[in-house]
Ligand binder design. Structure first.
Ligand code: UDP
Length: 474
């Protein structure tokens, strides 16, 4: 047996860096030497979080200027905040290709025993192979979404429908899951070939060539899909999540990804003053750009629902949109029942508070896992882009712990497709509706299963991580 040294290389996006940091902490807690590769802008966050965790950080230069971005623009959320951000995405992915050489130097210098690299770095498999190092892939999503997207790509069921709004079945899955064409990402529709569709092809190929896949999920959450992924799709996978449960100290929970924009004591004081399960929490992740008119609809829906709330508005949305919330909204809400956090919220601290009754989420996979394993609360699902429309189906139709707000259009920039009436209704449905008690019970049961999976020696995630470490050490 060797003393394992594993390199972790996350994509520069909070939805990828946060879980990979947790993964490195988890490996390190099992005696594995862990090194994270990142770029200068993100290094302080990793260095701060690695204190006391014996994780090494290796910093490589990101070619922002060479790729035509402003200096210091080194992450997907920063790109999306540029004026023409969504058009610049493929340039950003191209820029990441320039990181190959630095990765190669690091592998040559340190000769780790394994490389866990983000799916967005398909070229990492060949580089690892040069040094005879196994490369594991981290996708950062559910096993359900991995299986569903694979089958959509293989069978292209959307080709058989006559209109954008005619539902089609995703073939050969354990459940009858239907989508409409407007909910499918452009790059999966295959109607046009562009840089991005070519890039997703490379990702697919690299998955087949890699040693295996690490999934941030747990067996009992999606057992049919873990089996399907392994048996029907033939992937070698380890399901070792929810990774976030490795954060036990209050400080770790409050400071994930960025420094929160609200003092954690103020936030807790506000929550402590509310009765159990009386507050709905709205947060749309680290990247969504929501239009001013859509923010307006959310505000109206919230006010109409009569529920107490915490609403996180990302900084870039706030810059342009503050004045467009309904007149007097903030003043009225402040007095009575609403806390607006502008910027970054201490997500885990909020979700685990007993005052939280439900969560409105954009269906980013980390947010869903947090809603389940930290909150144990029902969700309003409001998918926007990436694989979020698939995650919504898992929550609402397979796990039955959520209600859809009715979003129909895959888009990186969210316009005003969802009206206040639908928002108001969905909020009521998860806070006071007839089905709430049952949804809550199911969500709480999953929360307990998540804890067992990672903490107990016989737990499935605990076991999978042991098996992976053993296999890599042998
Ligand atoms: N997050 C947070 N505070 C915020 C917004 C996001 O801590 O105000 C965290 C959230 O807990 C999650 C991650 O950022 O871990 C976002 O990942 P997710 O997959 O949910 O969505 P993405 O941002 O990738 O779309």
């Amino acid at each position: 047996m060797v003393h394992l040294h594993v390199f972790f290389f996350p994509m520069m996006a909070h939805g990828h860096m946060i879980p990979i940091l947790d993964m490195a902490k988890l490996f390190s807690s099992r005696g594995v030497k862990a090194t994270i590769i990142t770029t200068p802008v993100h290094a302080p966050m990793f260095i701060q979080a690695s204190l006391g965790n014996e994780i090494e950080i290796e910093v490589i230069k990101f070619p922002s200027l060479e790729a035509g971005f402003p200096e210091g623009c080194e992450s997907l959320d920063q790109v999306l905040d540029l004026d023409d951000g969504h058009l610049q995405l493929s340039n950003f992915f191209k820029a990441t290709i320039m990181l190959q050489e630095s990765l190669e130097h690091l592998l040559e210098k340190f000769r780790p025993n394994c490389l866990v690299a983000d799916m967005f770095f398909p070229w990492a498999t060949d580089i690892a192979a040069k040094f005879d190092i196994p490369r594991l892939i981290f996708h950062g999503t559910s096993c359900f979404a991995l299986c569903s997207s694979e089958n959509m790509r293989s069978y292209k069921p959307f080709k058989n429908v006559y209109s954008d709004f005619e539902p089609f079945l995703i073939p050969d899955l354990p459940h009858q899951i239907k989508l409409i064409k407007t909910q499918v990402p452009e790059y999966d529709l295959d109607e046009i070939e562009n840089d991005f569709t070519k890039f997703t092809d490379l990702i697919r190929e690299s998955e087949k060539k890699s040693y295996g896949v690490i999934v941030n999920s747990f067996y009992d959450l999606e057992p049919d899909y873990v089996e399907y992924y392994r048996k029907n799709l033939g992937r070698k996978s380890w399901h070792i999540g929810p990774l976030l449960l490795c954060n036990r100290a209050a400080e770790e929970k409050a400071q994930r990804g960025k420094k929160p924009s609200i003092d954690k004591h103020d936030c807790l004081k506000w929550l402590n003053s509310k009765p159990p399960k009386s507050v709905i929490y709205l947060c749309f992740g680290s990247m969504c750009n929501i239009s001013s008119s859509q923010l307006h609809e959310i505000a109206k829906g919230l006010e109409g629902s009569g529920q107490q709330f915490i609403w996180v508005i990302r900084k870039s949305e706030e810059r342009t949109n503050q004045e467009l919330l309904p007149e007097g909204f903030e003043e009225r809400m402040k007095k009575k029942r609403g806390l607006i956090i502008r910027g970054w919220a201490p997500h885990m601290l909020i979700l685990e508070h007993k005052a939280i009754g439900a969560f409105v989420t954009h269906c980013g996979w980390n947010s869903i896992l947090e809603g389940i394993s930290v909150g144990g609360v029902p969700m309003v699902t409001w998918p926007m882009f990436a694989e979020q429309f698939l995650n919504e189906k898992l929550v609402t139709e397979v796990l039955r712990i959520g209600v859809s707000v009715g979003a129909k259009k895959w888009s990186i920039v969210v316009s005003d497709d969802v009206k206040s009436e639908a928002i108001e209704k969905a909020i009521r449905d998860v806070m006071i509706g007839e089905e709430v008690v049952e949804m809550r019970n199911r969500a709480m049961a999953l929360k307990e299963k998540a804890r067992k999976a990672v903490e107990e020696e016989g737990g499935s995630s605990y076991y999978d991580l042991c098996a992976l470490i053993q296999e890599l050490s042998a």
